[in-house]
Structure formats: C-alpha cells, structure tokens
Design a protein around this ligand. Structure first.
Ligand code: 6PG
Length: 257
C-alpha cells in the first residue's frame, strides 16, 4: 500500500484493488468511530450510495470489525438518496441496509434514512435537515459537522447527488436539497450540499476501477475543473481519497492539487 500525506489537502491512498480498498476503508471507519466515541461519546457518519461502498459495508458487518465498532454510539445518515421507496432496487438505503445495517446492533432510532418516496422532495429535504439538527443539537443557521462523510464519484465527476452544472452547487444555506439530474438513471434525488459536506471533520472518497481513472486525474490534478468532486474541501477537516490502482492509474507522477 502506498500512502502519501501531503502538507496540503487532499491525502491520497492507493491500494491494489477493490478488495483492498474495502478492507482499508472499513478499518479506517472503525478507527475514526472509536476515536470519535472516545472524544465526544458518539460517532456520526454519512454513508455513500452507489456500488463501490457495498463491499466496505460488508466488511464492517462481519467479524472482526463488527465487534470493534461502537454501534450503540453510532448515528447513521445518508449523503444522498434517489427518489424511490426504501425497498426499491435503486434505493441507497436498501443497499446499506442489506449489506450492513440489518446485520449489526445499531439501534434503529440512530439510523436516519432520507425519505426518497416522499411526494414533495423539498419537504423531505427539509425534514432530513431537521432530523440532523436534532441529533447534532445544532443551533439555527449552524451546520452539523459529521465525524465522517463517505463519498463516491461518478465518471462525470459527480459526488453524492451533486452533478456537473447543477444549480445546487451554488447552494450556501440549505444542508440538504432536492435535485434533478437529467443524466442520472433516477434523475430525481436528494443530496447533502457542499456547505454541509465541507463542514465535516473528515471526508473520505472511495473510488475504484479503470473507468474512473480519467476523472480522478481531472479532479486531483487540474485546478478549476469545475467538477463537483473537486469542490469538496472541508474547511476545518481532513480530506482522504482512497483509490484502487486502476482508478489511480493516470495520476502517475502528476502533482496533486
Ligand atoms: C449515488 C451516489 C453517487 C455514487 C457515484 C459512484 O447515490 O448515486 O451516492 O454519488 O457514489 O455515482 O457510484 P459507483 O460507486 O456505483 O460508481
């Protein structure tokens, strides 16, 4: 495993393949959770959707990591959701529930899913923001700071459900927003906004596969790419990119931004 800690963000870790990525990510999540509970008596995490994190979630749901996670002190949110019911094949909640949540002792009251099935997506976004405020005890106008936000990235540079060119990229106030992404298979979605993501103590991208190599290079080496993933830069937190070798293939000796 090659690990490069830069003096400037982001920190990039490259591992051999998707299986190593899942192992490394799952172990890092346990470490962050244990440290958060030691410091603040709880761990707040936002899960990523898409396919990449599934094996990471499965590692967390199995021995030995399952027994190391402080589940009773863990609060789980979702960084984005598609506008579908929780039992729909495209539901991010459904995937996380099948791979992880249904297999561990996390109290149901500490799992907050986004209501993708809600008739009014704006209302659902506002409800989710409110649920977050309650857990974090944040004051009016104050953004919750997650201990960890997990993210993936699409080949077009989208992350969470922040797609290139979307007006939501300019959001400065709302932590969660309903969006329409014409290019996505399920265009109607709900997503964390950049201000909420960038208020986190730690953000970790999980990216695997050769098809992501080009966009990984653009996001990590080109300034002003304007790609949503490149706008993730926690104000007071750490940013980690966990890549497998195929996804990192075009980084070469190129300098990180
Ligand atoms: C979603 C996601 C999204 C995802 C990327 C990468 O709900 O679609 O949260 O941002 O992380 O599209 O997805 P893959 O891991 O499936 O490539």
């Amino acid at each position: 495993m090659m690990s490069t800690a830069m003096d400037a963000k982001p920190e990039i870790t490259v591992v051999d393949d998707a299986a190593a990525l899942a192992d490394t990510a799952a172990r890092a999540i346990v470490e962050i959770a244990v440290a958060a509970v030691a410091a603040r008596r709880r761990f707040t995490v936002a899960l990523a959707g898409g396919n990449t994190p599934r094996t990471t979630y499965e590692r967390l749901a199995a021995a030995p990591l399952r027994e190391q996670m402080p589940w009773d002190r863990t609060w789980i949110f979702f960084g984005d959701e598609r506008a579908v019911p929780p039992d729909h094949p495209d539901s991010n909640y459904r995937m996380a529930n099948a791979a992880l949540l249904s297999k561990v002792q996390v109290p149901a009251s500490q799992v907050a899913r986004i209501r993708g099935e809600a008739e009014d997506a704006d209302v659902s976004a506002a409800e989710y923001a409110r649920a977050m405020t309650e857990v974090f005890g944040s004051r009016r106008g104050e953004l919750p700071s997650f201990d960890l936000i997990l993210l993936g990235m699409g080949i077009d540079g989208h992350t969470a459900s922040l797609f290139p060119g979307s007006p939501v990229l300019k959001e400065v106030f709302r932590p969660v927003a309903a969006v329409h992404a014409a290019a996505a298979s399920i265009p109607q979605r709900l997503t964390f906004t950049l201000p909420l993501i960038n208020a986190a103590a730690r953000v970790m991208f999980l990216v695997a596969g050769a098809e992501k190599a080009k966009v990984v290079k653009a996001v990590l080496t080109e300034t002003g790419s304007g790609l949503p993933a490149s706008m993730v830069s926690p104000t007071n937190g750490r940013l980690t990119w966990l890549l497998d070798r195929p996804a990192a293939a075009l980084l070469g000796a190129a300098k990180s931004r």
